[in-house]
Design a binder for this molecule. Structure first.
Ligand code: MG
Ligand code: MG
Length: 255
């Protein structure tokens, strides 16, 4: 069931979303060659703590997960696509890092992700990240009253495929509100004009995931959480929480 949010609720989600944006900005600033993923998690924890927010990631345990998620951010490096668990791994020159973060404040949740390079970037990685951001922007642009979910999915998928990248099937965006994952799901590829009509008050997380090798195949790492590309190619992830309103899409996790 898709829950429509009141304008007041969307304002409250915006407040939670700002904390996510601040945490991501702080993590990105702290990320450098030699910094560990656990240290980045600590940076995000500090921001959440300082804002009086809690983490919807910490302790989260969906049915596929062998253990509850132990951190407040996902850190997915190089061939990791999403859901990477922060470890003692220290970032190296040229690493492609995706950070996913959530925050809950006054019962409302925000969810957002960024990808960036640490140290000296390779042109191919910059193109991958730029395309993920462009796919996200296209998805957001399609998130308007009168469109359908398939229009968002089609907009995202078209940008990814035109650039020659793979899309991991079965993972994508989702409704969001009092819980991090609500109905409906927002696929990263689909047919225009299909699916649920978009209405004022819907809140969704839009999150393209792009695989540089052009193949869609992925697998779970031995930790049971991290999704990795099968061909070892790099992946990028970008995400915003967005409210669909009569006056257009409103990004709730803007930075
Ligand atoms: Mg996320
Ligand atoms: Mg999400």
């Amino acid at each position: 069931m898709v829950e429509l949010k009141t304008d007041t609720s969307i304002d409250a989600m915006y407040t939670a979303g700002q904390i996510v944006g601040q945490a991501l900005t702080a993590v990105r600033k702290a990320a450098d060659v030699g910094v560990s993923l656990l240290e980045l998690d600590e940076v995000a924890r500090e921001v959440l703590r300082g804002a009086g927010a809690t983490s919807p990631f910490l302790g989260y345990r969906p049915s596929f997960a062998p253990v509850p998620f132990p951190a407040v951010i996902c850190t997915s490096v190089n061939d990791a696509i999403v859901h990477g668990i922060p470890t003692r791994y220290r970032l190296r020159d040229g690493d492609l890092v995706s950070i996913d973060c959530g925050a809950e404040l006054d019962g409302w949740v925000g969810d957002s992700a960024i990808s960036f390079i640490v140290g000296k970037p390779r042109p191919a990685d910059l193109r991958l990240i730029e395309t993920a951001e462009r796919a996200l922007a296209a998805g957001i642009e399609a998130a308007v009253v009168g469109n359908r979910i398939g229009d968002i999915a089609h907009a995202i998928g078209t940008v990814c495929r035109a650039a020659g990248y793979g899309i991991p099937q079965g993972f994508g965006g989702h409704g969001i509100g009092r819980r991090m994952h609500e109905d409906p799901s927002i696929p990263n590829e689909g047919r225009p004009g299909r699916g649920l009509p978009l209405r004022h008050g819907m809140a969704i997380a839009i999150e393209p995931m792009l695989l540089a090798g052009g193949k869609d195949a992925y697998h779970a790492a031995p930790d049971g959480w991290t999704l990795k590309t099968n061909d070892g190619s790099r992946a990028a992830h970008a995400e915003h929480t967005v409210a669909i309103t009569e006056t257009g899409p409103r990004i709730l996790t803007e930075r």
